[in-house]
Ligand binder design. Structure first.
Ligand code: URP
Ligand code: ZN
Ligand code: ZN
Length: 464
């Protein structure tokens, strides 16, 4: 475990006495950082350092990875409220040192053009490290030839949608098969937003024709059955091809079970869920300002959330991303509460760690290593960041989050750092608080203050 270390060692940073989330549990260790890397890790490192931080009683985690964020994307006549600057600041306050965003492919654009647009938006704006998944939404078959070169260039993850036909984003199943085949053949990973569009469109039309516009009809138009049906169809194709498949934001027991059935048949399927499907339920859509809670997939029942918690505890879910896609109250209110026109998405990147630490670890549902597995180690492995990100080990990037489990606070809109002027988690008590965050050896957050006066975030390319 100990790296380059002797009694005369000197580190740039020495984190002492922390309880590090090192599988299978928590171990008291000291961590020495030199430059951007973890240089040594072991019990009682006696060395000098430019900065020594006593983390006694605190949990030391690898900087978290959020594999699913949207920093400024067009949805329903508006744009999600966080750009890379504000969204990455919020991410950092949530213990996140890497965000993975998605391209937005405009009609007629090549995948490369869409990627370049996204990279331009992020460049010199991001306060944490970032990667970009490549969305394939426009005429997928005409872009198959771009896929190998993008993978070779370090962009190895792609995403398609089995719904959102009205927005010109849906992929048909035969095209899905062709795209998945090429991606798998070249060692990439396809991500899928899974909802059966026929079910969604017919229920949406029925509710609207019969005059039902209230926010709860967002959930009634996009039921769990739609998620499960799309996962079944996609998994059947992935199984046929022997291709890996990553299903984003699994929200329901039915969707989860469809994924787990496929896995039991031998399909190489990875399942991601999000904090909103663990911590919230569809009663929010029927309550005050119900339209603020419109996100897709829709919020589900408590029983669905329980099924997801159980799957997390059983290590059956591979990742917890956030699908961070905030809108301000003004943006949410503009369509007058109409479920079909309200921009879908909620802020989440800053609250994943507090929610999982409180409702998961402190509640006895999850261990710290399990939290690290789904919020750091697995995303690193799946998206080609292994060996650099996602674990506390000698030679890794010194991305380190320190969490003080003794601090208690309450989530409110005014203690959040993104652009949304509300949070779906207002009033939620939190057990523990981020006390420090290092990004590649730089201390960027300490005791609730952002210290980075420069933009430290770098583009990450996937290793092959
Ligand atoms: O409602 C959501 N989740 N908005 C972002 C787009 C998506 O489907 O992930
Ligand atoms: Zn989605
Ligand atoms: Zn999303």
């Amino acid at each position: 475990m100990i790296g380059e270390y002797n009694a005369n060692s000197h580190f740039n940073v020495l984190i002492k006495n922390g309880l590090a989330a090192l599988p299978p549990g928590l171990q008291q260790v000291d961590i020495g950082i030199r430059g951007e890397k973890i240089a040594a890790l072991g019990a009682r490192l006696n060395a000098s350092a430019d900065l020594t931080l006593d983390a006694a009683g605190q949990i030391v985690l690898p900087g978290l990875i959020d594999p699913h964020v949207h920093m400024g994307i067009p949805i329903k006549d508006t744009w999600s409220a966080d750009n890379f600057t504000t969204g990455s600041t919020a991410a950092a306050f949530g213990g996140v040192t890497t965000i993975l965003d998605f391209t937005v492919q405009q009609p007629g654009q090549s995948l490369r053009q869409a990627l370049d647009d996204r990279l331009t938006r992020a460049h010199a704006q991001c306060h944490v490290d970032y990667g970009v998944h490549v969305n394939i939404t426009d005429q997928p078959l005409t872009h198959l030839n771009e896929i190998p070169e993008l993978i070779a260039a370090g962009f190895n993850s792609f995403k398609v949608f089995s719904t959102y036909r009205e927005a010109g984003m849906m992929i048909a199943w035969p095209d899905f098969r062709a795209v998945l085949a090429v991606i798998a053949q070249h060692g990439g990973l396809l991500m899928l937003h899974a909802e059966d569009n026929d079910i969604v469109e017919s229920l949406t039309a029925r509710h609207l024709t019969e005059g039902r516009r209230a926010p709860i009809y967002h959930a009634r138009s996009r039921p769990a059955e739609a998620e499960a049906r799309a996962i079944e169809q996609a998994a059947a194709i992935a199984g046929d091809l022997g291709a890996p498949l990553y299903v984003v934001h699994v929200s329901s027991r039915l969707g989860l079970e469809a994924g787990l059935r496929a896995r039991a048949r031998g399909v190489n399927i990875y399942l991601e869920t999000c904090p909103q499907y663990l911590a919230l339920d569809e009663s929010r859509l029927a309550g005050p300002n119900g339209h603020w809670y419109i996100a897709t997939p829709a919020l589900r029942t408590r029983a669905d959330a329980e099924a997801l918690w159980e799957a997390l505890a059983a290590d059956a879910i591979d990742a917890v991303g956030t699908d961070h896609c905030p809108f301000t109250r003004t943006q949410k209110d503009a369509p007058g509460g109409h479920f079909a026109y309200t921009p879908n998405g909620i802020p989440s990147v800053e609250t994943r760690l507090p929610l999982l630490a409180t409702l998961g670890v402190a509640a006895g549902r999850l261990t710290w290593p399990q939290l690290v597995r789904v919020c750091a180690a697995n995303p690193a492995r799946l998206f080609g960041l292994d060996g650099r990100k996602g674990a506390l080990a000698v030679g890794m990037d010194a991305d380190i989050a320190i969490w003080n489990p003794a601090q208690a606070w309450v989530i409110e809109a005014d203690n959040q750092h993104g652009s949304a002027d509300w949070t779906p988690y207002a009033g939620q008590p939190v057990q523990g608080q981020l006390s420090a965050l290092f990004l590649r050896g730089q201390l960027i957050i300490q005791d609730g203050r952002y210290l980075g006066d420069e933009v430290w975030g770098r583009l990450l390319l996937a290793a092959r």
